[in-house]
Design a protein around this ligand. Structure first.
Ligand code: GDP
Length: 434
């Protein structure tokens, strides 16, 4: 396989950073196709941690070319500070990173609107990272967005900013806030424009060249399937196409050019922000997963909601993404639990009587999660540390049984099992590019 998509199968934060970084060792090109500076992949290099929010995680591999597709929204200040931070660690960025000149730019007023909505006590709260991503996508779809290439033309940029501010003014007013002036917006963006424009190019063309040359291309998703704007737990979703299909629109590559899809799932589940999460744990069990798994947002630091693995959700992710193989991460976090639960199905609750009725469904009732009750199967836990396992056979039988159960129930094999944050703490069952 030469072009593969790596996609989050849950609500994001599945450990994509590590898996993409591992796969990037064998990739010539790494592309991010959706989202903005809310992704926050944590990369561990030796004992050092780096959080990249916009730059594709492949940047840590010195030979890879990194592309940011037009499906992304880019905050110039964040990108420049990220490039500076990477270069300060002697990771070369300039010359290896190309940003789609058609990618949209997050402007200061997008961040203001996002913040106003999230602090509003009304119904507008989604639990976003307040980075302006949603409003930037709104401007894109409303056809008044500003693209990277627009930064090159100050007169046109002023016109576009004026129009956008006019459109957002009533929204800001209704939320009791104030927008920056046109001059303030332009003054904010100006110092970053030259750096961004120097990196701008036709990333779709570069991607096509790479695929034609049979180079190994890795398309890196952001967030996860259940946060996808079309296929997630709407309206508690991100504003972009997070699923594997989003790679086509977001990176500018045809579906026939993609050869495989790897889905990433933790051995349990987490979610950030508002919205349904049927397998959520409250109390000490949830706290334990949070502490052991370090489940605190890498961008915001906020504690993540934690819960058991949801197999109907995984089957759903396998379907909408066309997952060929799983990367199961954080299996080590379950070590020491007496019992591990896995959601194997759902029962629908009758809204009138509050009774359960009907057959157990193995399909995720994506549009009716609030009216469902998860049904769990308990598995015995294990106590021995598994960080040193390098093959499935090295795992205790109970951990092997969990992996096997996931494979059988989803009808998707595990390509990789991650047993610790470090690169070497990985069981590779099958090369992701094979
Ligand atoms: P991402 O955005 O999908 O990369 O998710 P996060 O930023 O939340 O990264 C996941 C976190 O878990 C990072 O701190 C990783 O170093 C860590 N991590 C990744 N895989 C494993 C694993 O198998 N075990 C443990 N204990 N930690 C892991």
């Amino acid at each position: 396989m030469t072009a593969i998509v790596i996609v989050g199968a849950q609500w994001g934060d599945e450990g994509k950073g590590k898996v993409v970084d591992l796969a990037a060792e064998h990739a010539d090109v790494v592309v991010r196709y959706a989202g903005g500076p809310n992704a926050g992949h944590t990369l561990v290099v030796g004992n050092d941690k780096i959080v990249v929010r916009l730059v594709p995680s492949g940047i840590l591999q010195p030979h890879t070319q990194c592309l940011m597709g037009q499906g992304m929204v880019v905050d110039p200040a964040v990108l420049v500070s990220e490039i500076d931070a990477l270069e300060a660690r002697k990771i070369k960025v300039e010359g290896r990173l190309v940003i789609a000149s058609l990618a949209h730019v997050i402007m200061p007023y997008h961040i203001v609107i996002d913040g106003l909505r999230e602090s509003d006590t009304g119904s507008q709260k989604i639990g976003t990272t307040k980075k302006g991503i949603g409003p930037a996508y709104e401007d894109k779809v409303a056809r008044r967005g500003i693209r990277v290439a627009d930064l090159a033309d100050p007169t046109r940029l002023r016109e576009l900013v004026t129009a956008a501010l006019g459109a957002w003014a009533p929204v800001a007013k209704a939320l009791g806030g104030e927008l920056p002036t046109v001059d303030a917006v332009l003054a904010h963006v100006q110092p970053f424009s030259a750096r961004l424009l120097a990196l701008a190019g036709d990333s779709s063309k570069l991607l096509d060249d790479a695929v034609r040359a049979k180079k190994r291309v890795l398309l890196e998703g952001a967030q996860g399937t259940l946060l996808d704007v079309d296929h997630g737990t709407y309206p508690f979703v991100t504003s972009s196409s997070a699923i594997a299909g989003g790679a086509c629109t977001g990176a500018g590559i045809g579906p026939s050019r993609i050869h495989g899809v790897v889905g990433i799932t933790k051995a349990y589940a987490t979610r950030v922000g508002e919205g349904p999460f049927p397998t959520e744990l409250f109390g000490p069990e949830g706290d334990r997963l949070r502490e052991r798994g370090g489940e605190f947002g890498s961008v915001t630091g906020r504690p993540r909601r934690t819960g058991w693995l949801d197999l109907p959700a995984l089957r759903y992710a396998a379907r909408v993404n066309g997952v060929d193989g799983w990367a199961v991460t954080k299996l080590d976090v379950l070590t020491g639990l007496e019992q591990v639960q896995i959601c194997v199905g759902y029962q629908i609750v009758d809204p009138r009587s509050n009774d359960l009725h009907g057959e157990l469904t193995k399909d995720l009732p994506i549009g009716a999660l609030a009216a469902c009750k998860p049904v769990f199967k308990a598995f015995p836990g294990w106590t021995q540390a598994i960080e040193d396992a390098r093959s499935i056979a090295d795992l205790p039988p109970e951990a092997q049984a969990l992996v096997k159960f996931i494979e059988t129930e989803t009808e998707v094999p595990a390509y990789l099992v991650s047993v610790g944050p470090r690169r070497d703490q990985t069981i590779t069952v099958r090369d992701l590019f094979s």
